[in-house]
Write a protein that binds this ligand. Structure first.
Ligand code: FAD
Ligand code: DHB
Length: 390
């Protein structure tokens, strides 16, 4: 069977790409290693930039997002228990962000793709790519024990950090950049009312904490933990107590405890692979780059890659213009590095790194004090947080 575009991975990037191509009449097949239930159950990001919201609106998968998503004009930054407000809307000429879980966005995208006759092969095993340097690439996979082959014009690897796409690129073509942080985030989903009307990013001598939300009745909170910590080390009681301590006494009294129904630890890393294309293979999203979650950029960066890649594929299929595909990597990478920088900066400024009573510790603290006391500093933070233009 021949299909114009084979997409590997049904995370946000693969699903969005498939929809954006579909509305311009370009067919694709998505090959996904996991089951639909698994993909729809993964708890991840929660903050959408307006660029990402715009893409959901463009493909018409926005009814539930418009009804249930919560617009936030700003964020709070708490330093040793004292809360400061960053009014992003005022600082950026009217821009906001939307709180809508990646899990919900993924469910909406899968349902809409299937409703429009889209082809998603869940539980596709042993996906492998052939002929990416030729003009007749193909993809093999196994489904229910039977081997299948799809010939195609282009392959989009939207298969995350551990995917097969990046690993198929010749090693001598790839340059990778990486930073691993000496801590992770323990994240909790609980049935409780949010601590405040907007998110609180807290920097405290005991480490970073973040109070987020999914709705008026479900909260998503995180605390910085050492890389070695295991989930068994963190009882619900220990988590709530640590969160309250890091928020300081005033905000601690606003924390509503509730039934914890998900708890996990995610490591923090920065990673970029360049270039993001080779021959007929194009990488998008986590397949090409990872950011630490502090700036809420991972999902949004996947969406901006897909915006560039979809435009390039549409130009090729609809106007036989190959320039966009030739420039995809360069265009995407420029935006990727700006989000990498911002995520690294937010992580560096808000977390506790070893000895605070050191030169680095004092500089970190001075930077935070400066940003919060300067309109220029707050504006820099705000315009990156709401998302740089595509
Ligand atoms: P993914 O969502 O990873 O999707 C890739 C898909 O490809 C998956 O469905 C996978 O099963 C599939 N796949 C992989 N290999 C193969 C293969 N060989 N064959 C077929 N299919 C394959 N970002 C934030 O901004 N805030 C957060 O709080 C946050 N929390 C996160 C927590 C975790 C545990 C992780 C892993 C990421 C988190 N992120 C967060 C990042 C954000 O979720 C990602 O940036 C986003 O999911 C990227 O989307 P994607 O579609 O590129 O990749
Ligand atoms: C969430 C995650 C983030 O990484 C972040 O910066 C803000 C919110 C969340 O899961 O809600």
């Amino acid at each position: 069977m021949h299909v114009p575009v084979v997409i590997i991975g049904s995370g946000p990037s693969g699903l969005l790409l498939s929809h954006l191509l579909h509305i311009r009449g370009i067919a694709s097949v998505i090959l996904e290693r996991k089951s639909r239930q698994h993909v729809e159950g993964r708890i991840r990001a929660g903050v959408l930039e307006m660029g990402t919201v715009g893409l959901m609106r463009k493909i018409g998968v926005d009814q539930r997002m418009n009804a249930e998503g919560i617009l936030h004009d700003g964020i709070y930054i708490s330093v040793d228990g004292k809360r400061h407000h960053i009014n992003m809307k005022a600082l950026t000429g009217g821009q906001t962000v939307m709180i809508y879980g990646q899990t919900e966005l993924t469910k909406d995208l899968i349902a809409a793709r299937l409703a429009h006759g889209g082809d998603i092969v869940f539980e596709a095993e042993d996906v492998s790519l052939q002929g990416i340097e030729s003009d007749k690439p193909s993809v093999r996979y196994v489904k229910d024990g039977a081997e299948h082959q799809l010939s195609c014009d282009y392959i989009a690897a939207c298969d995350g950090y551990h995917g097969v796409g990046r690993r198929t690129m010749p090693e001598n073509r790839l340059k990778t950049f990486e930073r691993v942080y000496p801590f992770g985030w323990l994240g909790v989903l609980a049935k409780a009312k949010p601590v405040a009307d907007e998110l609180i990013y807290a920097s405290h001598a005991r480490g970073f904490a973040l109070c987020s939300m999914r709705s008026e009745t479900v909260v998503r909170h995180y605390v910085q933990v050492p890389s070695e910590d295991k989930i068994e080390d963190w009882s619900d009681d220990r988590f709530w107590n640590e969160l309250r301590t890091r928020l300081g006494p005033d905000d601690a009294s606003l924390v509503n405890e509730g039934e914890v129904f998900e708890k996990s630890i995610a490591p923090l890393r920065s990673f970029v692979a360049e270039p993001m294309s080779h021959g007929r293979l194009f990488l998008a999203g986590d397949a090409a780059h990872i950011v630490p979650p502090t700036g809420a950029k991972g999902l949004n960066l996947a969406a901006s890659d897909v915006h560039y890649l979809s435009e390039a594929l549409i130009a090729k299929f609809c106007e036989n213009d190959e320039q966009g595909l030739a420039q995809y990597s360069q265009k995407a990478i420029a935006r990727v590095w700006k989000a990498e920088r911002f995520s690294w900066w937010m992580t560096s400024m808000l977390h506790r790194f070893g000895d605070e009573d050191s030169f680095d510790g004092r500089v970190r603290r001075a930077e935070l004090d400066y940003v919060l006391s300067s309109d220029a500093g707050k504006t820099t933070l705000a315009e990156n947080y709401v998302g740089l233009p595509f």
